[in-house]
Design a protein around this ligand. Structure first.
Ligand SMILES: *Cc1c(COP(=O)(O)O)cnc(C)c1O
Length: 472
């Protein structure tokens, strides 16, 4: 600790921003750095040192060289974009915190093309007149899902809000108590219902709801029957739910529209690939349901979007709702969504072309090989402090989909002498690009299911970097 009486002295000796700026400019390093970035970095460093001295914390060097080093580090930090790529070693395929779905290369090319030039976003080329934003995807959506009409908005939360507002404002919406889901904290069916102006009419119990419960709840002011796919949990044991098909029959009997929030929504029958059965959009549409909503970036593997398919009459009403303008899909998303949907026209190819589907259906032997290759590359480093091995684990789908499914996978176990697992985890996270794994049984592990083929070298470089850092 610096003695109190020294504080003023030390503060006086602290160089000013101008002095450090002058010294920094002598170095060609900053020629391509905007002056504002350099000045802000210097200010930040000097302020930080001043605060440190005032707080009388542990002694700190105010040598010019030390200040210049700190400035260099701060400039580097400031020059790096805040939103950056990362390596997902968690094995969670649809990881909401890490950006959910990776786009197929065709979708990326679509964004590239549409972003930098003018486009027919709302222009009918053949007529030379104003066109509809949804034309780019409507026919595709209908072809794939079997629906009469379709559109897309910002995300599925927006789609649900919009549908409820259009069909049930001021009216009762009947929902099973077993389906009042919460997704990721901020999306809760009762809350979205309240915001839409719909009146929630809960029926049944948490584990069992019967057709007669819906029937008994139908009243003068009923506006809609709603089914919500319990994406992120499963009610097991003594249970009963009313299928969408039955709900559609009840709706028809009472002349009430029926809506389904499918959540993750998929066009692919995952049971064909040995995974758990998820209801497909086509199956829902085939029941004659009025409207189905689902996400673009969960099991669909496209960009963030909320897709709405169903009866033409209702889709037209939704389009005319002024709220639609506030929730509309942007052109880059639309470009990526269209190119993603196009891939679904070839069901055999699509599971390879869309990264989310490829990772979910990736055979264990492939992941095993990827793990073995990475293991060999790390062993080749011949670092005596490094201990690596592979282990069987299970990965998760994530994104509130297939919650009970454990996908057999392979991970890399990474140990470094004199470093705890949590310090390795922190160092990997501090890498550029950051590598996110997890600690299991006190060992840092990377699940290879979600690691892309060209990311193995990033992991090797990161490990080399960590081993080279002094004092570790
Ligand atoms: C994920 C999910 C939503 C929200 O979808 P976003 O695309 O994340 O807005 C709504 N309902 C259900 C059932 C979901 O699983």
């Amino acid at each position: 600790m610096e003695p109190i009486e020294n504080k003023e002295n030390v503060l006086r000796k602290l160089p000013g921003v101008d002095r450090i700026l002058e010294l920094s400019k002598e170095n060609g390093r900053y020629n391509d750095i905007p002056k504002s970035v350099l000045v802000n970095s210097i200010r930040f460093v000097i302020e930080e040192l001043r605060a440190h001295i005032i707080k009388n914390e542990a002694p700190i060097s105010i040598e010019t060289q030390n200040i210049l080093d700190r400035v260099r580090q701060k400039v580097e930090e400031n020059m790096q974009p805040n939103l950056r790529r990362m390596v997902n070693g968690t094995g969670v395929v649809i990881h909401t915190n890490l950006g959910r779905s990776l786009l197929a290369k065709e979708a990326v090319a679509g964004i590239d093309e549409i972003a930098a030039a003018y486009s027919n976003l709302e222009f009918d080329i053949s007529k030379g007149k104003r066109g509809l934003r949804y034309s780019a995807i409507e026919e595709l959506l209908c072809q794939i899902s079997g629906a009469e009409a379709g559109m897309a908005v910002n995300n599925n939360a927006a789609a649900v809000l919009l549908c409820l507002e259009t069909m049930a404002k001021g009216k009762e919406v009947i929902v099973s108590r077993g389906e009042l889901v919460e997704i990721g904290g901020s999306f809760r069916i009762p809350d979205v219902m309240a915001k839409s102006g719909g009146i929630l009419r809960e029926v049944g119990t948490t584990n069992r709801t019967h057709a007669r419960d819906y029937e008994a709840a139908v009243a003068q002011n009923t506006g809609l029957l709603l089914k919500v796919h319990t994406s992120n949990y499963s009610v097991m044991g003594f249970t009963a739910e009313v299928s969408l098909k039955e709900l559609v029959e009840i709706g028809a009997e009472h002349h009430l529209p029926v809506m389904e929030d499918l959540g993750s929504g998929t066009f692919v029958d995952f049971s064909k690939y040995g995974l758990a059965k998820e209801p497909t959009v086509q199956e829902s549409v085939s029941t004659g349901v009025d409207v189905v909503t689902f996400s673009g970036d969960k099991l669909l593997g496209g960009p963030q979007a909320g897709l709405i398919v169903g009866k033409r009459e209702i889709i037209e009403k939704i389009r005319k709702n002024p709220l639609t303008r506030a929730l509309r899909i942007d052109k880059l998303t639309l470009a990526a969504l269209e190119r993603t949907l196009r891939l679904y026209r070839d069901p055999d190819h699509v599971v390879k072309a869309i990264p989310t589907l490829r990772m979910l259906t990736e055979p264990f032997e492939h992941i095993e090989k990827k793990a073995a290759r990475l293991l060999r590359s790390l062993e080749k480093l011949e670092e005596p402090r490094l201990r690596v091995s592979t282990k069987n684990i299970s990965s998760k789908t994530g994104g509130g989909s297939l919650p009970l499914l454990n996908l057999p996978s392979k991970c890399l176990e990474l140990q470094i002498k004199n470093m705890t697992a949590s310090r390795i985890e922190k160092a990997m996270r501090a890498n550029d690009p950051p590598i996110i794994g997890r600690i299991e049984d006190d060992i840092f592990i990377i699940d290879l299911r979600t690691v892309l083929d060209d990311e193995s070298s990033i992991i090797c470089d990161a490990v080399t970097g960590i081993l080279q850092k002094p004092g570790k």
